[in-house]
Design a protein around this ligand. Structure first.
Ligand code: VGL
Ligand code: ZN
Length: 199
């Protein structure tokens, strides 16, 4: 029988209020996600995991400020405050998250020259994280996504999941967004257009 996995995106301190790249209400969804974890037989977590001096940090580009844009060899890239640095408290999963049941933790963004929003591909859109192969080998053909941030890592992951032929649902009440410019509205529309089910 084809399996189904819950994929919990980036529920780390730096994306929660008080963190370096705090998403408004990011911690409010923890009880909702914990219920989803309880309801799923297979749980996968992603963890944003950058080396110090990562190329997505504004601090790595003299004269640039967070939330500005830069041209990378792979295309335009938003610049962020330093966040989720490997081994720091900010990169740790929130203590309220009931994560121990997770069968896999996918780390992403650890290559200094490339950012990674999606749980499947880094931002060059060609470097795989290995998640697609893992799910395929385990016979999992359906994914349910939740976590942070709706308009970046959750949306990119959901769109790539559809591209891999997975039946894909985003639980919107178990997500919160950054909303840079119009990114919430734009990414919500893109997800729908790509065939993601929004629940
Ligand atoms: C994320 C920006 C930078 C996310 C990660 O989890 O949505 N956003 N790194
Ligand atoms: Zn990041």
């Amino acid at each position: 029988m084809a399996g189904k996995a819950l994929v919990v995106i980036d529920m780390q301190y730096d994306f929660c209020p008080g963190g370096a790249l705090a998403v408004a209400g990011g911690d409010e969804i923890i009880p909702v996600i914990n219920r989803l974890i309880g309801d799923h037989d297979h749980v996968v977590l992603t963890q944003d995991w950058h080396p110090a001096g990562h190329s997505s940090f504004a601090s790595s580009h003299p004269g640039k400020t967070p939330f500005g844009m830069i041209d990378m060899p792979y295309g335009p890239q938003t610049l962020w405050p330093d966040h989720c640095i490997q081994g720091t408290r900010g990169a740790a999963f929130h203590d309220g998250l009931e994560w121990t049941k997770a069968e896999l933790v996918i780390r992403k963004g650890f290559r200094r020259p490339i950012d990674s929003y999606s749980a499947f591909f880094e931002n060059d859109r060609t470097t795989p994280t290995g998640l697609a192969g893992y799910l395929k080998e385990r016979g999992i053909s359906e994914v349910v996504l939740c976590g942070l941030a709706t308009d970046f890592c959750v949306a990119f992951s959901a769109i790539d999941a559809v591209k891999h032929g997975l039946s894909t649902t985003v639980m919107l009440d178990a997500c919160r967004g950054i909303d840079l410019g119009e990114s919430m509205a734009a990414m919500t529309e893109t997800m729908k257009a790509e065939g993601v089910t929004l629940a």
